[in-house]
Design a protein around this ligand. Structure first.
Ligand code: 3Y8
Ligand code: NAP
Length: 248
């Protein structure tokens, strides 16, 4: 009998939840609690951390979880690392649903960097109009280059003072090409900072940058530990279906 835990928080995780609900597989969907009103899911949902890898291992045992699916965002590195450690400790099967990174297309002008600090270093010294499309949690280092005009995009309105002067767009995506083109033209954006999230929900800004001939400082993904990894919901359902047959 399957009782799956879906570590969610992305568009792909929502698609997976719908398939799992449709198949009638028992599962719990998990959000980290980063946003005020996360999208409703067709599965019983929990919100908030587990208390590290040990907390997650305890949760798995307590809730008699039989399968863990890490469908978190490629930059949710701590959650993914904890899932590997907790599943090893609890002896529970783990699979990751992880979309492929975006790859440069002809006409893309990317400055590839490894983290937020090297992204700040890659900014020009001369003041520019910069769109920081990396959310809320990791913007503090940009205070080191206050000469730029920054546009930020958050899911929820800012609760605290920003670490530097900036204009904040409040929008949870997914975003459209027309919307991104219009925003960048209206605001005179000259440069974009983005994470290589992959997927379709945030790729419009990358396509808009190419069309407008704008450079993108592209932050590459954090290293994650080895674990079984697939890129499609169908492969996850196959993995569950296979186990379901065995466990039936
Ligand atoms: C809480 C769940 C859907 C899912 C929407 C995807 C698409 C839009 C791209 C830009 C980049 C960014 C950010 C982004 C994307 C989708 C998808 C995706 C980037 C929600 C969601 C949660 C979060 C958390 C939030 C982070 C923030 C990151 C905004 C829900 C909407 C910038 C990542 O205020 C905060 O603390 C926000 C935190 C982690 C990164 C950051 O460090 O600020 N996502 N995003 C999840 C949870 O609590 O477990 O609220 O419904 C999900 C989505 N975010 O419904 O179609 O890729 O699946 N999310 C980045 O790429 O850098 C936006 O603006 O162009
Ligand atoms: P993170 O830095 O990897 O995780 C930090 C801690 O937050 C984890 O150790 C865990 O706390 C808790 N946590 C994270 N995701 C959780 C989940 N789905 N369910 C329960 N607890 C969770 O995480 P993050 O990068 O802030 O991402 C948080 C959430 O936003 C995830 O659901 C992710 O899929 C989603 N998201 C993130 C990004 C991004 O750019 N990072 C983009 C889109 C969506 P404990 O240690 O206490 O267990």
């Amino acid at each position: 009998m399957i009782r799956a835990l879906v570590l969610g928080g992305t568009a792909d995780a929502s698609l997976l939840a719908a398939e799992i609900a449709r198949a009638g597989i028992e599962a719990i969907y998990s959000y980290g609690g980063r946003t005020r009103a996360p999208t409703d899911q067709p599965l019983p949902t929990r919100i908030g951390g587990f208390g590290g890898a040990n907390g997650l291992a305890d949760y798995i045992r307590r809730e008699a979880i039989t399968h863990v699916i890490d469908a978190t965002h490629p930059f949710a590195a701590e959650m993914s690392r904890n899932a590997v450690a907790a599943c090893a400790k609890a002896g529970t099967p783990l699979i990751a649903l992880e979309r492929a990174p975006w790859t440069k297309a002809p006409g893309d002008n990317w400055i590839e960097v490894s983290n937020v600090n090297t992204a700040v270093a890659a900014l020009p010294e001369a003041s520019a109009n910069v769109f920081l499309a990396i959310g809320r949690q990791h913007i503090a280092p940009f205070a080191n280059k206050p000469q730029h005009t920054y546009t930020l995009r958050f899911v929820d309105p800012p609760e605290a003072l920003l670490p530097f002067a900036a204009d904040v767009i409040v929008s949870r995506g997914p975003f459209t090409l027309d919307g991104e083109l219009q925003m960048m033209r209206t605001r005179g954006i000259a440069l974009i900072v983005a994470r290589n999230s992959g997927g379709d929900g945030a790729r419009a800004k990358i396509d808009a940058a190419r069309m407008l001939g704008l450079p993108v400082i592209m932050i590459s993904r954090p290293q994650l530990p080895e674990r079984l990894r697939v890129e499609s919901v169908a492969e996850i359902m196959q993995w569950l279906g296979h186990s379901a047959r065995l466990g039936a």
